[in-house]
Design a protein around this ligand. Structure first.
Ligand code: ATP
Ligand code: MG
Length: 400
């Protein structure tokens, strides 16, 4: 027995009034867009929910697509039955069996919308539970903390029955909270930071610094692949590829001591800020996690962050590496991130990078590089921008 429809719950219960309306409208548009290829589907909106009638379209494929929609909290495959006691009992049992394992406990929750149905919801709870208990030995009823809640809605024309709740990606629909620039390396962390930012409703544009020809075309392709994964959630994403070699070489020639990395990182932030201004973004997102590597001490981040006026958002700042890796696996970026690549930042590594830079010292070194501002402007101007589209062939994640 295949489900007949899907009920979708749109998220963020904290939202009220106008915001809520805008939120739901945007998620609904995303749903329609993602499911466009399935032209037999029909849609119905209803107070924070969407009902999709499958009309024979494949549930499993559609479920995978639904899991990439931000702002969608959860959804359930729904089975329908005619409004007759026995039919409802037998479909309810099927819905329980569909779970694929025998849960420890369950409870039936009947909602009688159609008041002409002969049994009230209390009576129906008992009659449906009894039928399920008879057929599944070992199952118990627990009304307080059931492992599975079997829901039965007695509507005007038919009964809707479901037991499974699949988690959606949650969060806010993309773009409802503004736009930010994501500093994206080829590593594990920054794509995860980008995903979390998108899930918080930010539209992102990715900025990647490369030191071509010291870093290969391949490492740029890797970044494009990562953006491709993110675009499964956020729609098409702009990727800015910044040529960093000239600036790096010039800085390196005039200063090669322990503050080199700090200075180069500040330059990266400044260039990102220039691109943000040109593209009307209002924040910078990075993948730093406190204490993870030498440059991610509080002192370092302080000196680097002060290179810019825009707020710097660091979604991973208090996360453990394993948590970050788990998310990377869920969104399917991990396998790409661990492919070997050269990072522009490792091009000129000073003998012992500072973990405790001093802002005044850093600024006085920068002052001596009178040409620095010009080099940064040039890097921003020479930046190549490409659109990355959500690839049809990409594997969708299915772990939420
Ligand atoms: P990641 O796994 O994201 O590479 P990381 O743990 O390697 O992070 P760092 O190399 O210190 O940490 O980089 C910190 C952050 O700086 C990255 O998360 C990313 O946001 C940004 N960043 C680093 N290298 C680049 C780059 N080549 N282009 C754009 N942003 C970068
Ligand atoms: Mg890195």
């Amino acid at each position: 027995m295949a489900p007949d429809l899907i009920v979708l719950r749109l998220g963020e219960l904290v939202l009220k009034g106008k915001n809520r309306h805008r939120f739901e409208k945007t998620v609904y548009e995303q749903i329609r867009k993602k499911l466009q290829p399935y032209d037999r589907l029909t849609f119905q909106r209803d107070f924070g929910r969407v009902y999709i009638t499958l009309n024979g379209e494949p549930y499993e494929e559609i479920a995978l697509r639904l899991k990439t929609i931000l702002g969608l909290t959860s959804f359930s495959p729904v089975f329908t039955a005619p409004l007759e006691l026995e039919a409802v009992q037998s479909v309810a049992l099927e819905a329980m069996l569909k779970i694929g394992r025998v849960p420890d406990s369950f409870k039936v929750s009947v909602r009688r919308v159609n008041k002409s149905f002969p049994y009230d919801s209390q009576e129906m709870n008992q009659r449906v539970s009894a039928a399920v208990l008879r057929a599944i030995p070992g199952l118990k009823v627990d009304v307080h903390r059931p492992e599975v809640e079997l829901k039965v809605e007695l509507r005007e024309e038919r009964a809707l029955i479901y037991s499974q709740v699949e988690a959606g990606a949650g969060g806010f629909p993309v773009g409802t909270n503004g736009k930010a620039m994501l500093m994206l390396s080829g590593g594990i962390d920054s794509p995860v930071a980008g995903f979390l930012a998108m899930r918080q409703g930010l539209r992102i544009e990715a900025v990647h610094f490369h030191s071509y020809p010291y870093t290969s075309e391949r490492s740029q392709q890797k970044v494009k692949d990562l953006v491709g994964k993110l675009s499964e959630y956020g729609g098409d994403i702009k990727l800015h590829l910044v040529p960093f070699t000239d600036l790096q070489t010039r800085v390196h020639q005039s200063y090669n001591q322990n503050l080199l990395i700090t200075i180069l990182r500040r330059a990266m932030f400044r260039i990102t800020e220039k691109l943000a201004e040109a593209n009307e973004a209002m924040a910078i997102v990075t993948g730093e996690s406190l204490g993870q590597v030498a440059s991610q001490t509080l002192a370092s981040m302080n000196v680097i962050g002060r290179a810019v006026d825009l707020p710097v958002i660091q979604p991973l700042i208090c996360m453990e590496k394993q948590q970050i890796i788990d998310i990377a696996e869920t969104i399917d970026t991990f396998a790409i991130s661990i492919q070997p690549h050269e990072d522009c930042c490792t091009l000129f590594l000073p003998p012992s990078p500072s973990t405790n830079p001093n802002l005044r010292v850093v600024m006085s070194i920068e002052k001596q590089m009178a040409w620095l501002e010009e080099e940064m402007d040039r890097a921003a101007q020479m930046t190549e921008t490409v659109w990355i589209h959500a690839g049809q062939e990409s594997k969708f994640s299915s772990f939420f």
